[in-house]
Design a protein around this ligand. Structure first.
Ligand SMILES: NC(=O)c1ccc[n+]([C@@H]2O[C@H](COP(=O)([O-])OP(=O)(O)OC[C@H]3O[C@@H](n4cnc5c(N)ncnc54)[C@H](O)[C@@H]3O)[C@@H](O)[C@H]2O)c1
Length: 270
């Protein structure tokens, strides 16, 4: 497979889950990848697993300096940048408005917005000059929570809606040089955690959900793995396969948007 041969990609949160699946697939498609990842252990595993194709930097997406350091490390190692993928994120484990104290709501808002929204903004700012030069692409990871309620609490849902605004505004500002798009996955098993401010830093998404509970709500009726979401990223990153899309959000949500008002299990027996 060589759909991304000689393309250079910078991704945040590439150490596990969806980000790691993207790194693995992009490398297998011929790309070389720079990663900014908060976990030093995950960074070390990336360096060990991909000594030639990946440059991984430990740092925090909330820091512009860390984003810039990772972009510079990618440029120094691979000579150019074609794609930025904003992907690092945290969840709120569905912390609801009335179920969360005002103090925690305040602090949780700041932490989750900083990672999920400011992280994308600062990553794009650090990568954009090189992307303008290469006439490349930006791709953001959204969520079903960018479109529908119930996939998280109000804070997480609002961060993913905010990222839709980033896609549209950056697609507008960076045209005609850079295509800016997004992929919005549904639930999957990953290391996705919550914020320190809500006491959720050690809680993983699958601690509170089962594969069966996710499968049951999805019209396509299977429990997707991180690898199942990667195809749209390859397509959006590819110069050959995407000359025309910018400002587009791909709902890779196993059909959540067409559930309608009838519970799918009571639907047609196909
Ligand atoms: N897991 C799901 O069900 C699901 C569903 C829809 C969307 N998403 C989105 O997918 C994206 C990837 O999440 P995932 O599910 O693969 O979880 P994950 O935790 O496995 O991967 C996220 C990675 O980002 C890193 N990270 C977190 N905060 C960071 C920070 N401040 N700076 C740098 N790195 C940081 C983590 O260490 C981790 O390696 C997120 O944007 C998430 O919102 C996940």
């Amino acid at each position: 497979m060589s759909r991304l041969k000689d393309q250079v990609v910078f991704i945040t949160g590439g150490g596990s889950g969806l980000g790691l699946a993207i790194v693995e697939r992009f490398v297998s498609e011929g790309a070389r990848v720079g990663v900014l990842e908060r976990s030093a252990d995950k960074t070390a595993r990336l360096i060990e697993g991909f000594p030639d194709a990946v440059v991984a930097v430990t740092g925090d997406v909330r820091s512009y300096e860390d984003n810039e350091r990772a972009v510079n490390a990618t440029l120094e190692r691979f000579g150019k940048l074609d794609v930025f993928i904003g992907n690092a994120g945290i969840w709120d484990h569905g912390a609801s408005l009335l179920g969360t104290s005002p103090k925690r709501l305040d602090a949780g808002y700041s932490e989750i917005f900083d990672v999920n929204v400011k992280g994308y903004l600062l990553g794009a700012r650090a990568a954009a000059p090189a992307l303008v030069q290469s006439q490349g692409a930006i791709i953001f990871t959204l969520s079903n929570s960018a479109f529908y309620p119930g996939g998280g609490g109000p804070i997480y849902t609002a961060t993913k809606h905010a990222a839709v605004g980033l896609v549209r505004q950056l697609a507008y500002e960076l045209a005609p040089k850079v295509r800016v798009n997004a992929v919005a996955p549904s639930g999957m098993a990953s290391d996705l955690r919550g914020p320190v401010a809500l006491g959720q830093e050690n809680a993983r998404i699958m601690d509170s959900r089962s594969p069966e509970s996710i499968r049951a709500i999805l019209p396509l009726q299977f429990f997707p793995s991180p690898e199942d979401f990667v195809g749209p990223y390859v397509m959006l990153a590819s110069r050959a396969d995407n000359r025309t899309l910018s400002g587009v959000m791909i709902n890779a949500d196993c059909g959540l948007g067409i559930r309608g008002i009838r519970y799918v299990a009571g639907g047609l027996d196909l």
